[in-house]
Design a protein around this ligand. Structure first.
Ligand code: PMV
Length: 356
């Protein structure tokens, strides 16, 4: 009843921003990402009949109550329901990168949790089933199950096509076919991702809150969603052909369109700070000068800059030379989520959380 799993975060090259079903966490459109080796979440799940509630330890600290514990517990309910068990679980999770600052810790977190929890519960799910399950925890987590270049489907029902109201769909229908799959392995193309941390700490507006506000109030939301399928097609073709210039163009466009839709909300959502904007200009200027680099930005102020492996030193120097950059992290194409060995070095700390 105990298992350990490791997963990497991923960064979307074509963004996911908006849901067509909140209950089942179905995305409003597809997305395309790269799984990032070099940054990892390790999670241990142990179901234990002696526990009277789920417990969570995140990065060495007990999470006693609040949204994070509730989200993990609700996710474990899905696993318990599927496995036909009722035991509560002890969850210990560690990131080797900053949590909650726009570095996709929810993606690696729920991917690792899905694999560890289902294994601990005795379930053997296919990669597709795990992806569908991880999606319930966090949309982007569905992609972190897979290594390399990954495409997420929006499901069989395109917006406006199914004619069925969300509330009247059966659970099975509602979660039909919204899962991710690998489109190229990590070894296909050695792109590097250099992450400029421009602000420490948790972001102000979480991704779900930002999406709700965007889709409820932004006049640009529908246009944003309509633009995604074409961007996925262009990005997938650029990945297949290892065409850096084409990928740069579509990834920056997708990022800026996503942020434009959020900025159009009421009140407008601005995830960027002054350093974010300075980096956008620095990257574009460097690219115009011949350095193969492009940026992307998620629901936070950090800037992720992609480059081919041979341009890594120059790319790092570009970011380090921009005022306001506090920390630089590096990642490379990574593998999918997998089971791993015991990482909980401080067994005593783990016992404290369990309260025994
Ligand atoms: O999966 P969530 O709910 O954390 O949303 C992720 C949203 C973005 O990171 C901004 C875009 C993406 O596709 O990862």
């Amino acid at each position: 009843m105990k298992a350990f799993a490791l997963a990497h975060p991923n960064i979307a090259l074509v963004k996911y921003w908006g849901k067509r079903d909140f209950a089942y966490n179905l995305p409003g459109a597809g997305s395309l990402s790269l799984t990032l080796g070099g940054l990892s979440t390790r999670t241990c799940v142990e179901f234990d009949a002696a526990l009277d509630a789920d417990s969570l330890q995140l990065d060495g600290k007990a999470v006693e109550s609040g949204g994070k514990l509730k989200r993990v517990s609700q996710f474990l309910d899905l696993v318990r329901e599927r496995a036909g068990i009722s035991q509560h679980a002890r969850v210990i999770s560690e990131n080797d990168f900053p949590t909650g600052a726009g570095l996709a810790s929810s993606a690696s977190g729920f991917a690792a949790l899905a694999l560890a929890a289902t294994t601990a519960a005795g379930l053997e799910l296919s990669a597709t089933e795990l992806s569908i399950l991880a999606r319930r925890g966090s949309g982007s987590a569905a992609r972190s199950l897979f290594g390399g270049y990954v495409e997420m489907n929006d499901g069989v029902y395109a917006i406006g096509e199914d004619g069925t109201k969300v509330a009247t769909r059966s659970a099975e229908e509602a979660s039909k076919a919204a899962y991710a799959r690998q489109i190229a392995p990590a070894a296909h193309w050695d792109l590097r991702c250099v992450i400029a941390v421009t602000s420490a700490g948790e972001k102000d507006i979480g991704s779900t809150e930002g999406m709700v506000s965007t889709q409820n109030t932004s006049p640009y939301y529908e246009q944003w969603i309509a633009s995604v399928p074409g961007d996925i097609e262009r990005a997938a073709a650029a990945v297949a052909a290892r065409d850096f210039a084409a990928l740069a163009e579509v990834a920056e466009a997708s990022c800026l369109r996503m942020h434009a839709s959020a900025m159009g909300a009421d009140p407008g959502i601005i995830y960027w700070n002054a350093t974010t904007v300075a980096l956008i200009h620095a990257v574009r200027k460097a690219r115009a000068g011949g350095l193969p680099v492009f940026f992307t930005i998620d629901a936070g102020p950090q800037v992720k800059v992609f480059c081919p492996a041979e341009a890594l030193d120059e790319c790092r120097a570009l970011l380090a030379g921009t005022q306001g950059v506090r920390q630089i992290l590096e990642a490379h194409p990574g593998e999918g989520a997998r089971l791993c060995g015991d990482f909980v070095s401080d067994a005593a700390a783990a016992k404290d959380v369990a309260g025994d």
